[in-house]
Design a protein around this ligand. Structure first.
Ligand code: SF4
Length: 650
């Protein structure tokens, strides 16, 4: 491989301790790009059908994108991949920070682990020389503490991916941490790492990453940066909440230009939308059965972005990001510095549980980050337990004496601690809502909000049916970063891909719920684009700038020396997407079973609040979506020839 990719991967067999490099044929990159695309090919081919996700046959991969380490922007996300123990499907999660380029600077596009080590180990790689080392002294440590010990040993230049106690204890909602508590949280892949007794991956490399035309890439990046830096004066956090309330009562809405979100993101980070989302019906409330009528302005004011901004001491950027949406906060005078909680974390632990105590949200976010447990799934599981309590399915006898009433912040903190330690009721809840409902019985399943076993994020498909569709049809279910109607509006792909439809500038909200051909076309375009983005290492928020402002396709051509059209790249995205779906079919997953639960689809419709009267035609929308790829519209299964095409890229 001449340009942008490193042309090889590292394979580590933890059972035998064998480590070997493997050259990857150029044709693989041309077909699947790199990152999650390359990983899709490897995992599809090499994980045997029916493999136990926590067993030795599962493969856990750490990958960097095709654009990572080139002079492009927003390209510092790394991905972890494997068969998910939470859903049984293809699993992946990604994260920013500074880890991604370290994979390529050691000469690899990915590092893949199989087998199970007899004792805790970590992989240390320096400039492509790799060895397994004993990690007994790190086992049991919180993720940021273990990371500090490893950088103390190997130098501040070392980059670390590490699990905390949640992954070690095989919590199926555990993730993998880097940069002192940032998390590749979804799909439960921390448990796969824990099952392999792999505490950490430590990367210290300075190898050169080859690029076809660095000067052209820099020119493109400068042009993109003009849009990032454009930051007019704008509203306060409180005014945004009122704007949300105003938008809620309007019968119409405007197509969203992502430049607006970029402006919010640059000022506040992802928390910018906290209160506004509750008001417009984007953020679910009270385990998805409530609304802004239950958690109104008086309560949601606690998580207003200005309140969080006031605690921010410094902003930070991921590698190669000119925007910088991250922040370090000091939640109380004299308290230790912590990561600013993200939108998803604040509202999963906030409105979803009716909790208006911001201190407790900061505290739980930090506990979960340190333990390496997914805040989205943890919040979803706590709200499930609270509804079980409300319905009398759980009592004090089941909860170790905790009173799980809505908004009881002290009980929530205690529950988080128990989940991390797998103690009492915490053990029941530490594997997410589906497993918890099975263990609790007594009809608890009706309160378990998930898609395919994964707890849903803080974007309500009853407000934007595109979320409901993508939660249900993506090979890794329950994910909010792969598509939505508003994402399509922000991606503005129609400006680069002629056959894609341009949404009207202003439309009646009822239009969103009509299951027509256009919805399916735009949802499929989102999936193709995001598969391309994840294979390239791109951050979703960069893509929100719009396809005419972020030069994704031009960067790829300049980095690789290829001369491809946007359609060619979207076709590569489709191949990756098909291969991930084929992975699920190979492992016996029925794609229909990943459909999100009725409540989250508005079945029955809510009777008050922003999403009053709204039902998503989810079955038809799923079927229409699958038809776009030539898959069976009834089952979501790609035909054998398509599966083979996804596999071979022919
Ligand atoms: S926008 Fe935020 S998450 Fe994305 S790369 Fe930049 S700092 Fe990281």
């Amino acid at each position: 491989m001449a340009f942008a990719a490193m042309g090889k991967i590292l394979n580590v067999d933890l059972s035998s301790g064998a480590i070997h490099e493997e050259a990857i044929p150029d044709a693989i990159y041309r077909t699947y790009l790199s990152g999650t695309g390359l990983a899709a090919r490897i995992l599809y081919d090499r994980i045997p059908a029916g493999a136990d996700p926590l067993g030795p046959d599962n493969i856990l991969g750490f990958t960097a994108g095709l654009l990572t380490g080139t002079p492009s922007y927003f390209t510092g996300r790394w991905s972890v991949v494997g068969k998910s123990p939470l859903t049984g499907t293809w699993g992946d999660a990604n994260c920013g920070g500074s880890l991604a380029p370290a994979i390529k600077r050691n000469g690899y596009d990915g590092i893949f682990f199989r087998g199970i080590s007899g004792n805790p180990v970590y992989l240390y790689v320096k400039n492509g020389r790799a060895e397994l080392r004993d990690a007994s002294h790190l086992w049991g440590k919180d993720a940021p503490d273990a990371e500090a010990m490893l950088t103390g040993e190997h130098g501040k230049g070392a980059r670390v991916a590490v699990i905390g106690p949640a992954g070690e204890r095989l919590s199926l909602i555990s993730g993998i941490s880097n940069d002192r508590g940032r998390m590749a949280a979804r799909s439960g892949l921390g448990a796969v790492m824990g099952a392999k007794r792999l505490k950490a991956v430590v990367l210290d490399g300075k190898l050169r990453i080859p690029v076809h035309d660095a000067e052209a890439m820099k020119r493109l990046s400068r042009s993109c940066n003009r849009w990032v830096q454009m930051q007019p004066p704008f509203l306060s956090g409180r005014a945004m909440a009122y704007l949300g309330a105003f938008m809620r009562v309007l019968p119409t809405q405007m197509a969203l230009d992502g430049m607006l979100y970029k402006i919010f993101l640059r000022k506040w980070g992802t928390t910018s939308m906290n209160q506004m989302s509750v008001e417009i019906g984007d953020a679910p409330v009270m385990n998805w059965k409530g609304s802004s009528a239950d958690w109104g302005m008086g309560k949601s004011a606690s998580v207003n972005p200005d309140n969080i901004k006031a605690l921010e001491k410094a902003k930070y950027h991921c590698y190669a990001c000119p925007l910088g949406c991250g922040g370090i906060c000091v939640p109380k005078p004299g308290a230790p510095e912590v990561h600013k909680p993200e939108y998803e974390s604040v509202l999963s632990l906030g409105g979803q549980c009716m909790n208006a105590d911001l201190d407790s949200i900061f505290h739980m976010n930090e506990l979960l980050n340190r333990a390496g447990m997914d805040t989205i799934s943890a919040g979803g599981t706590i709200s499930f337990a609270m509804e079980c309590w409300e319905q009398g399915v759980l009592t004090k006898a089941d909860t170790d004496g905790l009173e799980l009433t809505w908004g009881n912040a002290a009980a929530m903190v205690a529950l988080v601690e128990k989940m991390i330690r797998r103690e009492g009721i915490g053990d029941v809840l530490a594997d997410g809502v589906r497993r918890a409902a099975e263990r609790i019985g007594k009809g608890a399943g009706q309160y378990a909000v998930h898609a395919g076993g994964q707890e849903l994020p803080q974007h309500d498909g009853r407000n934007d049916p595109g979320f409901a569709v993508h939660y249900s049809v993506e090979p890794t279910p329950g994910r909010h970063t792969l598509g939505a109607q508003m994402y399509y509006e922000m991606f503005q792909l129609w400006k680069r891909v002629r056959h894609l439809p341009r949404p009207p500038l202003l439309y009646f909200k009822g239009r969103k719920y009509v299951a027509d051909e256009e919805k399916a076309v735009t949802a499929a375009a989102c999936s193709r684009y995001m598969a391309l983005a994840n294979a390239s290492g791109l951050c979703l928020f960069g893509l929100f700038l719009g396809a005419s402002r972020i030069p994704v396709f031009e960067w790829l051509n300049a980095a690789t020396g290829w001369n491809r059209t946007p359609n060619d790249y979207l076709a590569a995205g489709e191949r990756i997407h098909t291969l991930r779906q084929a992975f699920n079919v190979k492992h016996g997953i029925d794609p229909r079973a990943n459909r999100l639960c009725d409540r989250a689809a508005g079945i029955p419709a809510q009777t008050r609040g922003a999403n009053r009267g709204r039902t998503v035609a989810i079955a038809k929308m799923m079927s229409d979506y699958w038809r776009q790829f030539g898959w069976d519209p009834e089952t979501g299964v790609p035909p054998p020839m398509e599966r083979e095409a996804g596999k071979s890229g022919s």
